[in-house]
Design a protein around this ligand. Sequence first.
Ligand code: MRU
Length: 346
Amino acid sequence: MPNQHDILCAITWQNDQLHLLDQRKLPQEHQLMALSSATSVAQAISDMVVRGAPAIGITAAYGVVLASKAAYAADPNHWQTLIETNMQQLAQARPTAVNLVWALQRMRGCFAKISGNPVPSLLEEAQGIQQEDIDANRQMGDLGASLLPSDCQVLTHCNAGALATGGYGTALGVIRSAHAAGKISQVYADETRPWLQGARLTAWELLQDNIPVTLLADGAAAALMQQKRINWIIVGADRITANGDVANKIGTYSLAVLARQHGIKFMVVAPTSTIDMNLESGNQIIIEERAMTEILMIGGQSIAPNGAKAWNPSFDVTPAALVDVIVTEKGVVKPPTTERLATLMK
Ligand code: MRU
């Protein structure tokens, strides 16, 4: 019997279309959205139909396949010029996860070698990116799990699982591998306001794999640590800069500060496609700010008085000094420093 994570796929290419599992509706509804244009792919990324740094990159890569199909049909001799508007649209769909521009650059790297119809080569590349991501997650799962003690109780934030990647997950990949090795006795998951990725997606993924999961309100994490109920925090990342600073879902930084205060270890799990060696440190990362309504309303219902304003940064930056270990598919960086990351990325 395959595990649920082996069949759980947020992104599939079928019948010349991209199919995305609409993550805004999970876990109540399982709706697939079929997309056949790059513009609709960019919109789906902006609207959070698909989310999670590696998943956004993979989706954008398939977006390039759809863009090339339309451009080649319009003018077979100038498809590379015609595709540019779509490349820009895709690049701007969300600003913080570097995997998006990384995947677009990888797709662009194929253009020069293509003669004739670009779709078969670009589709092969996009599928290659997805498969490599799954392989990287498996590798990180083993590496990360080997760092954990037995009878481990962990806290995770947001969703860094199969849904956020090509499959298996980064932070949840480590949790899955550690659970399979008999090391995990309890997973706590922050609900993760305002999109509730922890409550809706992480809890759903873990329950289907029979991994014990307990949800908590984000504000309860401090008390959880004070009561010594966890020994590791394990999260994913949207962008890691050359010095090891980590951008991840809003609330990650407060967890890292709390972890240091309470003597709890802090692990970041991310493929090397999430490492941005072009930025020296985290204060150069563009942090996405989303609509106020995401804070002021829940499920279409206002929860704040008319006229109230809201601040809604989607990510924050955890300084490298608060991170005990970064786990990548190429190896473990412990603790992260500019020198160690440069060696890893050589
Ligand atoms: O806004 P989201 O849901 O795209 O944010 C996702 C996260 O912050 C994840 O932790 C990160 O992308 C890593 S996913 C493997």
